[in-house]
Design a protein around this ligand. Structure first.
Ligand code: WQD
Length: 337
């Protein structure tokens, strides 16, 4: 079975391609290479021994998307990662995010609706919950108006999919990620942030390696045990495996609704200081950091209730925060060597 992975050379996409190949799927990757490089293909091949078919494609170009699907009509499923994902950048340049994240989704769905049936996995985010009232967060928690345009594109993307599946033969699963971190244990693929990392873990590993002077901890006055904000940090390989399971659910027609939604996290919340301490433990290094003011738009706490993914998908995150941080540190050392 041929599976299309859009944004398949990105951080989560590349790890998902590996897991798809491990399960025997034939994978076709499209990526516009705006936030990654072709070397990731070699990384995938070093892990699985198979190089996925690849086409450079910018999903914002409607005619090119139409032409692509004309040439590849034997696609059994699509996992859609292709999107811009930097929260801060989305605030500064909202139209870049609305054009990329929404138009690309619409053009892919327009092609899928022409098929007798289509299976669609959407990369969404816990950011759609905003600051949820109750922890841990279930899939029934209300979707709130996300603070950033990035978050809003995920909320709108989910709404588009819900509307489209009502009147087409497309079946979909929305996967709401918490905080993906770490790297493949082989250190052949991992996160490749361009420029100054916006996310906590790559900033920590770059600081640990000496590329950054110190980590700025955005606030220690939150109503949390140690005052720093709490998140659910999930190993990217655990996250990737969940995509394959979700896809198989649709391919095997096990879904009980046209659109199903799952929170993908570990179910455990960790504070920024706990992540720093975990890094120091796995690396043996002291991490220089300073407490500064809160970052605009940050929420206090978000961690997943994973009961639905555990019982319905039969999936559970296996890696601990320590294992995930160790893999992130190993990856940082590898790419700097
Ligand atoms: C985590 C915690 C920061 C950097 C966002 C998106 C989410 C997903 C992951 C794309 C927060 C603190 C961070 C730093 C810090 N995006 N922090 N110093 O904001 O929870 O989630 O990225 O897939 O959809 O919303 O992740 O890693 O930026 O921050 O103190 O230099 O670390 O304040 O509490 P976030 P993050």
């Amino acid at each position: 079975m041929k599976i299309l992975v859009t944004g398949g050379l990105g951080f989560i996409g590349s790890h998902t391609v590996v897991e798809l190949q491990n399960e025997g799927f034939e994978v076709l990757v499209v990526d516009n290479l705006s936030n990654t490089s072709l070397n990731v293909l070699d990384g995938i091949q070093s892990i699985t021994g198979k190089i996925p078919a690849f086409e450079k494609l910018d999903l914002r170009e409607k005619e090119k998307v139409q032409d692509f699907f004309k040439r590849h009509h034997d696609i059994s499923g699509v996992i859609h990662f292709a999107a811009s994902k930097a929260v801060g950048e989305s605030v500064e340049n909202p139209l870049l995010y609305y054009e990329n994240n929404i138009n690309a989704l619409v053009y892919v769905l327009q092609e899928l609706q022409k098929k007798p049936e289509a299976n669609f996995i959407f990369s969404s985010s816990c950011t759609v919950y905003g600051q949820a009232e109750k922890m841990p967060i279930t899939e029934n928690a209300p979707v709130q108006q996300p603070i950033s345009p990035y978050g809003n594109t995920k909320k709108i993307g989910e709404e588009i999919i819900i509307d489209v599946t009502k009147v087409t033969n497309i079946n979909a699963i929305l996967l709401r990620y918490f905080n993906p971190i770490g790297a493949h244990p082989s250190t052949e693929i991992g996160e490749l942030p361009i420029g100054v990392p916006q996310n906590l873990v790559p900033f920590i590993t770059q600081t640990g390696f000496g590329l950054r002077k110190e980590l700025a901890v955005y606030g220690d006055d939150y109503p949390t045990p140690d005052g720093t904000a709490v998140r659910d940090y999930i190993h990217v390989v655990d996250l990737a495996k969940a995509h394959v399971i979700a896809l198989q659910r649709l391919l095997n027609k096990k879904n009980t609704a046209k659109v199903e939604t799952f929170n993908l996290g570990t179910g455990t919340g960790s504070s920024v200081l706990e992540v720093i301490n975990t890094f120091e433990k796995v690396s043996g290094k002291k991490l220089p950091y300073k407490i500064v003011g809160r970052r605009e738009g940050d929420i206090t706490s978000a961690y997943a209730n994973t009961d639905k993914a555990n019982t319905v998908l039969g999936w559970k995150a296996k890696s601990t925060l320590e294992e995930a941080m160790a893999s992130a540190w190993k990856w940082e050392q590898k790419i700097r060597s």
